[in-house]
Design a protein around this ligand. Structure first.
Ligand SMILES: Cc1cc2nc3c(=O)[nH]c(=O)nc-3n(C[C@H](O)[C@H](O)[C@H](O)COP(=O)(O)OP(=O)(O)OC[C@H]3O[C@@H](n4cnc5c(N)ncnc54)[C@H](O)[C@@H]3O)c2cc1C
Length: 285
């Protein structure tokens, strides 16, 4: 790409993101974390991937009447990720836990909007959180969308992950009960046993588009949630808007110290990787 074209593209992206921040977010702007007003570590009474915080936020949102439909990601057959609608707390509970795969959350969100739903929550990775904001910008206030963004370094391609897990851990991914990524380690739980390898060794199974994504902490969400920055069994929560503030008000959770520096470190690391990937793409062969 010619240099002047590259500068134009970067300027457009920066303007675009500044507009989203101005329109939807509230708080101070941190260079690594984005706009936020509050950050804490929490554990809810629900079973979840980490602190069960996303599940608790969704249940609370239904109880408080903040939304009446939510897009969540359920495991289908084998190890899979299917974006579905939850209309109540029990459907939210059935979808708890992380599926480290890409799910078409945006398409499900658009379906709910076309069905005339007016107050929707969406749980999504950073790329889909930005897409949800773009959709909101076109709706001009006809519909309220609460965006619960997950921290995300990368999502995997199912077929490639299955292949790598079989080769490296000697297990069938479809039979796995839970997967967990923590402190650079990928762990699969099956039949009461744990099988682990370095996440780095699974890089070849990551979705290619993730290499170009520069957002780790879901900078455009109302509330972002992840495991980095919290001790085991807790989730890190970043509140980024008035809507997010309303959702965490009187939130019945146990709180703990959060390691903001660790979230910033991962955010910078992902940004640098995206820059390197883009530079390689733009270098003439
Ligand atoms: C692809 C992916 C990569 C991630 N990478 C990291 C990381 O590198 N570092 C980090 O700190 N955290 C990462 N996370 C987030 C982390 O795994 C937990 O989801 C988060 O800490 C919330 O935990 P919880 O116990 O509060 O969630 P829970 O209460 O268990 O709820 C999890 C929610 O996530 C939804 N969900 C599950 N899979 C997906 C999916 N594929 N797409 C969209 N929504 C989904 C479920 O429907 C559920 O509502 C990642 C998540 C995903 C989906």
């Amino acid at each position: 790409m010619p240099e002047n074209q590259k500068i134009k593209t970067q300027n457009f992206k920066a303007q675009d993101e500044a507009k989203i921040e101005q329109q939807f977010l509230e708080g101070k702007k941190d260079p690594d974390l984005g706009v936020y007003s509050e950050m804490f570590s929490a554990k809810s009474g629900f079973e979840g991937q980490d602190g069960g915080v996303v599940t608790a936020l969704l249940v609370k949102g239904f109880e408080d009447g903040i939304f009446d439909a939510a897009v969540v990601v359920r495991r289908g057959e084998g190890y899979s990720a299917e974006a579905v609608t939850a209309a109540n707390a029990s459907e939210v509970l059935a979808a708890s836990g992380t599926k480290y795969l890409r799910a078409n959350v945006t398409q499900k969100l658009q379906e709910l909007i076309s069905q005339g739903k007016k107050r929707i929550a969406v749980v999504c990775t950073p790329c889909e959180a930005k897409a949800a904001r773009k959709i909101l910008q076109t709706l001009k206030g006809e519909c309220e969308i609460t965006v619960i963004g997950l921290f995300c370094f990368e999502a995997f391609n199912k077929a490639k992950l299955k292949e790598q897990v079989a080769a490296r851990l000697g297990i069938n991914l479809d039979k796995v009960e839970k997967t967990q990524i923590r402190q650079g380690k990928f762990t699969a739980f099956v039949d009461g046993k744990e099988y682990s390898c370095k996440v780095k060794d699974l890089d070849c199974a990551a979705e290619k588009a993730c290499l170009y994504c520069d957002d780790f902490a879901s900078r455009f969400a109302d509330v972002s949630v992840g495991s980095v920055g919290s001790k085991t069994g807790f989730s890190t929560v970043v509140v980024r808007s008035r809507v997010g503030g309303e959702l965490v008000r009187n939130f019945n959770v146990a709180k703990a110290m959060v390691d903001k520096a660790e979230v910033c470190r991962l955010s910078k690391f992902k940004l640098e990787r995206a820059k390197k990937s883009s530079a390689t793409l733009n270098t003439p062969k």
